[in-house]
Design a protein around this ligand. Sequence first.
Ligand SMILES: [Cu+2]
Length: 106
Amino acid sequence: MRTFAILAVVVMALLGVAQPARAANATATLHIEGMTCAGCETAVKMVLKKTPGVISSEVSYEEKRAVVSYDAAKTTPAKIAKAVADALSYKVTVGGAAAKSVKPRA
Ligand SMILES: [Cu+2]
């Protein structure tokens, strides 16, 4: 009985991957070098909106950062970063830890 239950979970998990309706939401932080004003923020937001797999985004030019909510079944943080870098000529890197170290410059 327990084996059947485990098997059922495994089968459901496998089916879930192929099911487009089920979104595997994840969050990525992108470090964006080159944004200088609110207009840049908007530009990045617009690119992210058009990028497949992106669900929502929070962009800050002051923090040189974009926090992107995406569907892990459809895209990866690297792909999202590339989409932004290709569309706009910013230097985009993936990483929460690196982007987190936003210290005021002495
Ligand atoms: Cu700007």
